[in-house]
Design a protein around this ligand. Structure first.
Ligand SMILES: NC(=O)c1ccc[n+]([C@@H]2O[C@H](COP(=O)([O-])OP(=O)(O)OC[C@H]3O[C@@H](n4cnc5c(N)ncnc54)[C@H](OP(=O)(O)O)[C@@H]3O)[C@@H](O)[C@H]2O)c1
Length: 281
């Protein structure tokens, strides 16, 4: 599994004890640099993995607009090379992608086969990675996810908690719709797929259930934490960022539910669990 120190990688590490039948190998940037993939075939020869989870990625969405070469090598090129070596070794690839492959003009949850049209370079690089992986090995599993948070790393939940503790009021965008993903729930979904043999291929969607805005998300964080900060709704135009964001990116998860019987829980229940965990650490 790549991305050992990322949100998803950390959650996968955290749940590994619940799956004693597997030997997990977690790779960080030192073990495998996704921008060069130096040593990739040696790792496959050494471990002969049954599954390869690519949880590592260039995730700095705004920085990707100016750091294109690195973003493309990690997100756009590496997945194809990993998929090719997986094919060679008979390894099942589970690669993680993003809702940002869509332009956000939709009004209904996006199906996995909905036409893609990324509005930022990160999304473009991730889309290229999906296509490269599928071209190299169409028996790959690609899971698109969205709005990922966890007790680890930097994410919206932790940023909001910090700002709400520092300031009497904050403004949060209220015209972008999506559904958050607790990285622990995604990690469990990935292990579910592995336990079920990873025999269905193609593109899947996973997030927690719901349709909310970042403002709704922030208000829920405030309420669960019992903070007094005033959370004001603002528009995307009031909060300019180097990379454009899709206005709507709710993902339809039915294919994952049907093929793998993965049942994502409600976004707020997942948020409460994560925040309870954050309080204890
Ligand atoms: N975060 C989100 O909101 C979000 C939304 C949609 C989809 N996704 C997708 O979900 C997956 C997991 O995301 P996440 O939130 O867990 O990301 P994350 O916390 O940013 O972690 C990304 C990991 O990738 C590693 N990485 C970056 N460049 C690398 C390189 N050149 N070589 C090796 N490792 C490298 C990082 O290593 P270092 O620790 O050394 O930096 C980090 O461990 C990614 O595919 C991402 O695109 C995320």
């Amino acid at each position: 599994m790549t991305g050992k120190n990322g949100q998803l990688g950390s959650e996968l590490m955290g749940i590994q004890m619940s799956y004693p039948g597997y030997r997990f190998v977690f790779l960080d940037r030192k073990d495998l640099d996704l921008s060069t993939l130096e040593g990739l075939s040696g790792l496959f020869e050494q471990y002969q993995p049954a599954f390869f989870v690519n949880a590592g990625a260039y995730t700095a969405v705004d920085k990707a607009e100016s750091d294109k070469e690195l973003a493309m090598s990690v997100n756009g090129i590496a997945p194809g090379k990993i998929a090719a070596i997986c094919k060679q070794f008979g390894t099942k690839l589970i690669h993680v992608s993003t809702d940002y492959v869509f332009d956000g003009n939709g009004e209904y949850p996006y199906l996995p086969d909905h036409p893609t049209s990324p509005v930022n370079y990160y999304g473009q690089s991730k889309l290229q990675g999906e296509q490269a992986a599928m071209e190299a090995n169409n028996a790959s599993i690609i899971i698109r996810t969205a709005w990922v948070y966890s007790a680890y790393g930097n994410n919206f939940v932790k940023t909001m908690l910090r700002l709400m503790n520092e300031r009497p009021s904050i403004g949060v965008v209220s015209d972008q719709f999506g559904a958050p993903t607790y990285a622990r729930d995604l990690a469990i979904a990935i292990m579910d797929i592995i336990e079920k043999g990873a025999g269905h291929y193609g593109i899947y969607h996973f997030s927690n259930e719901g349709k909310i805005t970042w403002w709704d998300f922030a208000v829920a964080i405030k309420e669960i934490a019992g903070l007094n900060c005033q959370v004001n709704p603002i528009s995307t135009a009031d909060f300019p960022t180097p990379a454009k964001r899709p206005a709507y990116s709710v993902l339809d998860k039915d294919k994952l539910k049907k093929d793998y019987d993965v049942q994502p829980r409600d976004w707020k229940a997942a948020l409460k669990e994560c925040m309870g965990y954050l309080e204890r650490i």
